[in-house]
Design a binder for this molecule. Sequence first.
Ligand SMILES: N[C@@H](CCC(=O)O)C(=O)O
Length: 224
Amino acid sequence: MKFGVVVFPGSNCDRDVVWVTDGLLGQPTRMIWHQDTDISDIDVMVIPGGFSYGDYLRCGAIARFSPVMQATVEHAKQGKFVIGICNGFQVLTELGLLPGALVRNRDLHFICDRVPLTVVNTKTPWTASYSANEVIMMPIAHGEGCYYCDENTLTQLEANNQVIFRYGSTPTPHGAENPNGSLNNIAGICNGQGNVLGMMPHPERASDPSLGQTDGMKLFKGLL
Ligand SMILES: N[C@@H](CCC(=O)O)C(=O)O
C-alpha cells in the first residue's frame, strides 16, 4: 500500500503521518507538494492536519484550489482511498468530496485536548480493525472543528451509516461529551462509497507507543 502525504504551505502534521506509515508500518510513502499533479502511483492520499495557507478566509478554503487537490478528486472518483485529518477534513469539505462544513468551535476557542471517541461504523476499510462501538482516545487540536450540515444531509449521513466516529463514550448522537458543538457529536464521516474519510481527531498522533497512545494505529493498519 503506497501512501501519499500532501504538503501545503502551513501543513504541520505531514511528517507525523509519514512517521506512522513509513517509520512504524514500513509502507512506501511519498510527500507530495501541493503543486504536483501526478499521483498515479499512490493508493492512499492523506491530507494532513495543520494551517494550510495560514487558515486565511476559512480553514481549507484556499487549499482546495491546489493542483494536487484536483488530482485527488480524480483519485477518489476511481474508488481509491483518501483520508483528511483535521485541516485535511476541512479541505475535503471545502472541496465537496465530503458533505457539510467545519465551523468555529461552539465556545470560539482553539481546543487542544485528548478526548474519547466511539467508533460507530466498523464496516469500512478504515475501521475494520476496531470492534463495534469501541471507545478510543485521540488527541484533538482545532479552532474550526464543529461539524455542521443541513438537516437532509444529516439524515442521509445517519441513514447510510456514514458517521464513522462520534465524540464521547457512547454511540448515541446526543451524548453529553461534545467538545466543539458538532452536530450529532460527529467527529468523522465518510462519503457514500466509503473510500473517502474525514476526521477532526488526529490518529497519527496516537500511533507511536512512545507517545503513550496507540488507538490511531488500527486505522492505518486496517488499510494494509
Ligand atoms: N487549522 C485548523 C486545524 C488544525 C489542525 O489540523 O491540527 C483549525 O484550527 O481548525
